[in-house]
Design a protein around this ligand. Structure first.
Ligand SMILES: *Cc1c(COP(=O)(O)O)cnc(C)c1O
Length: 380
């Protein structure tokens, strides 16, 4: 049976596609907002909206009430700006300020997050002879990634007093919030409060998705959830209210039975220990079905092979994932559910994104942001 979405949209061939549940996306944002009632709730929409399409994702979250968007690069900010109506919302650019990015930020009214004194000077120079424009400052609190230590934060404050820009937000980023037993988060929170005290009237932001679940002391004035909105890391939510958003589908191209003792896939890495019915599905690592999802890889010592769901039943990946194709062992599935054109769920409501990612030795973030350009994105 053709997947219902495919009879409604132009889509040639048996290519992979991802359906995106806009209602679930909005519901997840509202859930994160309800968990931090004293703060504004923003959204990380960097990396093309975690792979799902930044314009679509930004519009859905805007409709849900989000007014603070975070992107990595200025160009991503310009894309979000073009997708949303009016100017009554903010776009923060997390990294990579140079003169060209500063010009884009000025032109598009994006708010750069300044993480070094270099950034501060670049933003100040971009404002010479113009009205002051807002900026955010990021502090180092234990991650050693991007951010100014306390001494540089004092220098930044002195530079800002010289004019040219306004500090509208101070922020830092948690390294271990997804591990509630880690003491690092509390240490970072305390450092953040100490440095932020230099900027007494400026709004503060610390929490990513996992940080929101750590509770009120981590919420400050603005939260920045990302992955939770997109249906990843759902097990961190004690209320279990987060919903799957993306369902990745591939279609069966061929079904054949191979004899016991034969091999399957590149490198003959799968040796068949029984007569095996094999479904070949049209998705591979070029589409973001990571090669570490293969049936035989070093990580199989700790994680079983990923499964896909066909007609609601699970079947494991067989042999190596190749660029455009993957083999599935469907021996144990009912015959009539496994025919060319039938759709296999890679992750979604049946098999969680987190499980698929874990079995590939990675995390939901990497799986989503690896979805390739050949994968059609269909809002449903
Ligand atoms: C990506 C990112 C976020 C969102 O993190 P999630 O773990 O996806 O919720 C928040 N803040 C910063 C600085 C980020 O880079």
């Amino acid at each position: 049976m053709t997947h219902p979405v495919l009879s409604a949209v132009p889509h040639s061939g048996r290519r992979p596609f991802v359906t995106i549940d806009g209602w679930a996306l909005k519901s997840n944002w509202r859930h994160m907002a309800n968990l931090a009632p004293g703060a504004r709730t923003g959204a990380a929409v960097k990396a093309n909206g975690y792979g799902l399409g930044a314009p679509y994702v930004a519009k859905a979250l805007f409709a849900a009430g989000c007014r603070d968007f975070f992107v990595a690069w200025a160009e991503e900010g310009a894309e979000v700006r073009a997708a949303l109506p009016g100017m009554n919302y903010r776009i923060f650019v997390l990294q990579g300020l140079d003169a060209a990015a500063a010009a884009i930020c000025r032109e598009q009214k994006l708010i750069p997050v300044l993480s070094t004194l270099d950034d501060v000077r670049i933003w100040q120079e971009a404002g010479i002879g113009k009205l002051p424009a807002p900026a955010a400052l990021q502090f180092e609190t234990g991650m050693n990634r991007l951010g100014m230590d306390e001494a540089d934060a004092r220098r930044a404050l002195a530079i800002a007093r010289g004019g040219g820009f306004d500090i509208t937000l101070v922020m830092s980023h948690l390294a271990s919030a997804d591990d509630p037993t880690s003491g690092q988060s509390e240490g970072q929170r305390a450092s953040f409060e100490r440095i932020a005290a230099l900027f007494p009237h400026v709004a503060r932001s610390l929490a990513n998705s996992a940080g929101v679940f750590l509770g009120k002391p981590f919420h400050f004035d603005l939260t920045r959830p990302g992955i939770a909105l997109y249906g990843g890391e759902r097990t961190l939510d004690p209320q279990e209210a987060l919903r799957p958003v993306a369902t990745l589908h591939a279609q069966i191209l061929q079904v054949r039975t191979a004899a016991r003792g034969e091999a399957a896939g590149y490198g003959a890495s799968a040796r068949l220990e029984r007569a095996t019915r094999i479904a070949t599905i049209g998705i591979g690592y070029a589409d973001g079905f990571l090669r570490s999802s293969s049936g035989v890889t070093p990580i199989r010592a700790v994680e079983p092979a990923p499964e896909v769901a066909i007609g609601g039943r699970r079947a494991p990946v067989l042999g190596r994932v190749s660029m455009d194709l993957t083999l599935i062992d469907v021996t144990d599935l009912p015959d009539d559910s496994v025919v060319p054109g039938e759709v296999a769920e890679i992750f979604g409501p049946t098999i969680s994104l987190d499980e698929t990612a874990r079995r590939a030795g990675t995390i939901a973030y990497e799986f989503l942001t690896s979805l390739g350009p050949r994968v059609s994105r269909f809002p449903v």
